[in-house]
Write a protein that binds this ligand. Sequence first.
Ligand SMILES: [Zn+2]
Ligand SMILES: [Zn+2]
Length: 281
Amino acid sequence: MKEHFVFLENKKAHIEADEILPPEAYSFYLEFFKAQYDVYAGLSRMRIEFSLPEKTLPLVNAGKFAFADDARDAMKDALVKLAGVISKYNPGLDYSSLIAGAGSEPHFMENLAMKLLSRDSDLFQLLSAEYRIDADELIFLVVNWLKPYFVLFAEKNRDAIPCDEWEEGKCPVCGYFPDMALLKDAMEGKRFLHCALCETEWPYKRLACTICGEENAEKLGYFALEEGSSYRVDYCDNCHGYIKTRRLSKAASDEDYDITVENILTVGFDSSLIEKGYTRP
Ligand SMILES: [Zn+2]
Ligand SMILES: [Zn+2]
């Protein structure tokens, strides 16, 4: 897993100068990414044996997900810890009933994970009402709580699967949505999608909507917020979906980008697109 807090710290001067994030939001993400990396480091040290029931893609079966037994206690602690950081910066957010559920109900954590993996936002609306937590806040917590586990799972297993032959808009490892796309100049401008959950990158058609698959060029467009920016937005007039894209120059190395953090640093794009009536998955 990339050290997201290090990438964020390295961007501090730029974030402040361009007022990309308010200071409290910067402090929140820094503390949150550190706590999340601690969870990942803890899980890594445990040498978890992940079981792979089937070799079909996506590797994780959204209907039959279970945590590795050794990881269950650590995942319970992680939920408490990460919810604690969010509540510290947002005193109005109360996750106590959710945490109580994880501590007492069997399969609670698995059910939460399966609801997320099924990519059905209606299920989260119901949970949101049940636990009195805003649905977006709940999804933010669940994605980020599961992230260290799924990133570790992806790191251990993705080399064994043919990611290059996968051409869908969902992740070949965990089946979740991409948060952003990448265009890699070093690979003749090949396009990749980056998973919002397990951070796997997989290739995707250069000219097609990542949400509905539309290939009619007249319905697809893109724009950059500023000239010369390495970010652009690709949008689709068939499904009114969009995805933010990071262009990587030929010289860019792995340390030069961190999509998970850059997705947060480009929220300006999201607000302008949502105002225009576009949506993201
Ligand atoms: Zn994934
Ligand atoms: Zn579309």
